[in-house]
Design a protein around this ligand. Sequence first.
Ligand code: ADP
Ligand code: MG
Length: 700
Amino acid sequence: MTAPAGPAGFAGVGPSAAEARRSRRPDPDAPLVTLSGVGPKVAERLARLGLETVRDLAEHLPRAYLDWDEVGSFGDLSAGEEGTVRCTLERIRVRPTRRRNLKLVEGVVTDAVGVRATAVWFNQAYLAKLRPGTDLLLHGVRELGGGFRVLRHELGGAGIHTVGLVPEYPASEDMPSHRLRALVDEILPQARFFRDPLPAALRHEERLPLRADALAAVHRPRERAEAERARERLALEELLVLQLGFLARRRSLADAATAPGLGDEGELVARYRTALPFTLTEEQEGAIAEIRLDLARTEPMQRLLQGDVGSGKTVVALYALLRAVEAGHQGALMAPTETLAEQHFLTVEGLCNELGVRCELLTSSLPAAQRRAARERLASGEADLAVGTHALIQEDVAFRSLAVAVVDEQHRFGVEQRRALGRTTPHVLHMTATPIPRTLAQSVYGDLDVTEIARPPANRRPVVTRWVAHERSSEAYTRLRRHLREGRQAYVVCPLVSESEALEARAAESEADRLRAAELRGFRVGCLHGKLRPAERRETMDAFKRRELDVLVATTVIEVGVDVPNATIMIVQEADRFGLAQLHQLRGRVGRGAEQSYCLLVSRPREELTDEAVRRLEALVESADGFELAEVDLELRGEGQLLGTRQAGLSDLRFASLLRDRQLIVKARTWAGRLLDGDPLVVEPLGREAERIADHRGFA
Ligand code: ADP
Ligand code: MG
């Protein structure tokens, strides 16, 4: 642990000559049974921690470090305070409890200045075997009654370091941290000989230690800052491997396909701008400028346009589509659902008529003959634009010359789908209304360029959001009726029923009936859910738009696409059941006009809510910013749960944290580009690393 410093000021393990001989040509993939003292049984315990090879163990990142040199006393800690105290064990026993699966271990300990305390562990009965006189390092919380609840501990004893920082590993009852520490001690000298896949140029420029030194420093740091720098080194490598994979995939696609270069803006787009009843925001103009550059190239555009609901993405997407049309090609707008496709079509159609652009709707609910006719017009080039669901446009249509495809909502759109769209590859713009932080987007959608529209058009006032306690829901309806009497319209969102869409539809119907007879008596109430036939759904929507209905009682089918500026208030029932992103999407249905809008989140009684639900609702009340909420969501749910992280292989990063290591992600991305532009031999070791990780973790 007090080994001489390595090249970059990191603690090297400094193997002796004898050690080096013994561990000649160490194999990182050797199973752990090759270690002394590891038989099949121990190997099995290690495997349960995900540790199977020497490399796994070398890369087993400590969860925390305890400092034997930190001299604290129980006497210095007040109740509730957390601290680390070095002490000696006097006696220890298992204390029976009434609950069968709860075991308490109680140890009487004395610290360096003679203060005695009762240390308490939960469910670690094996500790009762500790001998009196054992040195202990305890980290925990001083309790009210004077006891000390142990959160982490380290044992001293013969042959175990009791100076400086000691790593604490993710461990199990039958494979405690101190045993892992001993095993890591055994393999660290071998780890010196593992190859370092980072190119020397990168290592020098970023002043990074060798991999072996970083591993040594992570396991045996002299100070915490050193451990953190070493972790960052390992995290950067991990992220670089991922980014190289993304970029390589992207470049191979770019090499394999060409899209029509669309030159510069023409007359149609100029008319489009004049036809818009508003001026574009700075951010919309920024997005358009980026897309304009993309479209001038023959390398197919692969761009993600992120922006909150109502931020004005559709206007930008239409720009891209019209660019295709004015250059003599075609465009396609693809939506994930029929409702959304219809909704898009309504928006697009009016504008197209005005501009003399011929637009087709393609949904499965269209009569077969009509659909065939639409397809023929797209094949002959008589029609300029198609709006439909992903499936329909991909499988059904041979375009005469598709140049731009807009894909709405996070639908992975790879090489194969592009090919399916026609002889040439279109430029593709992906849109998503559930933004994720930019650096994260670069990891999750690493093969796309990312553009953000972070602020909505200025004419819009943020929706005022209130969390209404269950007992006061009647006040929410009083408020809603006030809006209705002023000639405004409203939404009531029914509780989420996850079992089935049919059940949910029935629940919505009966809730609409109940409201017609009670809170909303005298008002015109429509009901919208996923079990309605498309024609019925459209009828209800149109009636709401024409103000023939005052209130829409709906399931989450109104989450996307519905755009009625006169609707200024929304009540969400049992709001605690919904996810954060979903509630934010729902809320986006109001606040579409210049009028101040309201969203009232009625939850079940507070005592029934989980902490997470409470934080979700609080976050919504506090913020109207989708990007900010995406961060909160990420923190609440953890990065593993995040959409896309699993498929991108990001859910089991060992060293990097998508939340904490934003800077490193950016750095890794920059380096990946530089390395791919340079000598292929330089990235080869990293490529092999990527393959190894892919094999090992089962993703490609
Ligand atoms: P998104 O697709 O991001 O949800 P839309 O493009 O549908 O957003 O825009 C939402 C609403 O805002 C539409 O009614 C649209 O006409 C309007 N809108 C878009 N851009 C602007 C702008 N620059 N100024 C004023 N209103 C705008
Ligand atoms: Mg939209």
